[in-house]
Design a protein around this ligand. Structure first.
Ligand SMILES: [Zn+2]
Length: 343
């Protein structure tokens, strides 16, 4: 079995990337600060050193390959213009491509999109196509709230988003619904904004006919689906009250959940509530929570351990969670030549 972690971020990129971003932001007020791409000409050794900790965690935890995207909080679509977002996305996606080229057995790319608040997301189509067609990426992160916690754009189910969905369907790649940093002090980014984003996306999908319009569109809701699995009865009941179809018909052919839930009982709840066909193994390593749980002496984000401990799972179900579902959702067969781990 190949263990595929469908949710990892390049949180360990070389430091000059931060400098590039700082200067990019400074250039919004003082154009002379605009950074040159030369700042990011990293040697292969520097690139290798930057993912050493990621590779070590893979080895220690027994995961084989990570579906890898730029740092989520770093996307910060609320900063600057769409042009700034495009430059920043290209830079970040190119670095993901470098990592995936250096370690094709360990990393498969997913891209950041150049979203910007108030800008219709068809501005992202060019970069999505470049990443999928030229760089061999297998999906994208889609920010449901480019404003960073103020929700100023239409819901994900609005026609505003449809041109981008048409391209996702044409390219046959999924989107992980993933917010970025919170610019609203009410919402801590990983503790509140992320989980709000996940839950909000689920409810938007529940109240819409998006998947009637796009029957092959695939969305992954990360962080275990936010609050949705824990409140499954509420969502089933709401759908029923609204005379919607049952959840399995309404959205479970299109919506998937990852396993970035950082305790055993939480994962068990996810595994028992959500159909196994809709669960993709992930850890969101390295990043959201970095410490060791004193009650177990293991890293909170070592999520494989929680699934391994669920000894009531059948072997077939375990295989789906660790490998089969990701293969299907990301159509990994298409990148098998580039990434032997999924051949
Ligand atoms: Zn993430």
């Amino acid at each position: 079995m190949t263990v595929i972690d469908c949710h990892g971020h390049y949180t360990t990129a070389p430091k000059p990337l931060d400098e590039y971003r700082k200067r990019q932001i400074a250039a919004l007020k003082d154009p002379s600060q605009k950074p040159a791409r030369d700042l990011l000409k990293f040697g292969d050794d520097e690139m290798r050193a930057s993912v050493a900790s990621q590779l070590k965690f893979q080895r220690e935890r027994g995961t084989d390959v990570t579906i890898f995207s730029p740092r989520a909080a770093g996307m910060s679509h609320h900063i600057g213009t769409a042009a700034v977002s495009l430059d920043w996305s290209q830079v970040c996606n190119d670095l993901i491509h470098r990592v995936c080229t250096l370690y094709p057995d360990n990393f498969i790319g997913v891209c950041q999109l150049p979203q910007s608040p108030g800008v219709q997301p068809d501005n992202c189509i060019g970069e999505l196509e470049r990443c999928v067609k030229d760089l061999g990426f297998v999906g994208c992160n889609l920010n449901p709230d480019p404003s960073g916690g103020y929700w100023t754009d239409p819901p994900l189910t609005d026609r505003w988003w449809y041109p981008l969905y048409e391209k996702l369907v044409e390219l046959d790649v999924p989107a992980m619904v993933h917010v970025s940093a919170s610019a609203n002090p009410n919402f801590h980014h990983t503790g509140a904004h992320y989980i709000n984003g996940d839950t909000t996306a689920f409810m938007q999908f529940l109240t819409s006919d998006l998947f009637k319009d796009f029957p092959t569109l695939r969305m992954i809701i990360p962080h275990g689906g936010g609050a949705a699995p824990y409140h499954w009865g509420r969502y089933r009941g709401l759908a029923q009250d609204m005379k919607r179809r049952p959840l399995d018909e309404l959205l479970l052919k299109n919506v998937y959940f990852d396993t970035c839930v950082y305790h055993k009982l939480g994962i068990e709840l996810l595994l028992k509530i959500v159909p196994i066909d809709n669960i993709l193994f992930a850890s969101e390593m390295v990043g959201a929570v970095r410490g060791i749980d004193p009650t177990t002496s293991h890293y909170y984000d070592d999520t494989k351990r929680y699934i391994d401990a669920a000894d009531w799972l059948s072997e077939a179900d375990r295989r789906k969670i660790f490998e089969g579902n990701s293969r299907k959702v990301y159509r990994l067969d298409r990148v098998a030549a580039r990434h032997p781990a999924v051949a």
